[in-house]
Design a protein around this ligand. Structure first.
Ligand code: ZN
Length: 100
């Protein structure tokens, strides 16, 4: 379900719940809130990125990044053809053939 952020833009009328905004998980079909459930103040939906990716694949801090592989004396190869591998990180021969 997507997360929606609501904001109370009326600095002088709010409660502790809507002060500073809040996030709710709603179905797409659910009605958009226009007023704070708690204090009844006018609130408005804020457009935010609806998907947060938490995966680390491809991130520089990933433990499997090429930098970390080299640092830990591992060697990473990628397949470039049938039985042919090319080094992408680490020590060792630049290429090798699995059929040798
Ligand atoms: Zn409120």
């Amino acid at each position: 379900m997507p997360l929606y952020t609501y904001e109370n833009k009326h600095q002088d009328s709010h409660c502790t719940y809507c002060l500073g905004g809040f996030v709710v998980m709603q179905k797409l079909a659910d009605p958009v809130f226009t007023h704070c459930t708690y204090c009844g103040c006018e609130i408005s939906k804020v457009i935010t990125a609806s998907h947060v990716h938490t995966g680390t694949t491809g991130s520089p801090n990933s433990t499997l990044s090429e930098k970390n592989i080299a640092k830990n004396d591992f060697t990473q190869y990628r397949k470039v053809g049938k039985g042919q591998y090319e080094k992408t990180a680490g020590k060792g021969p630049d290429t090798f053939s699995a059929e040798d």
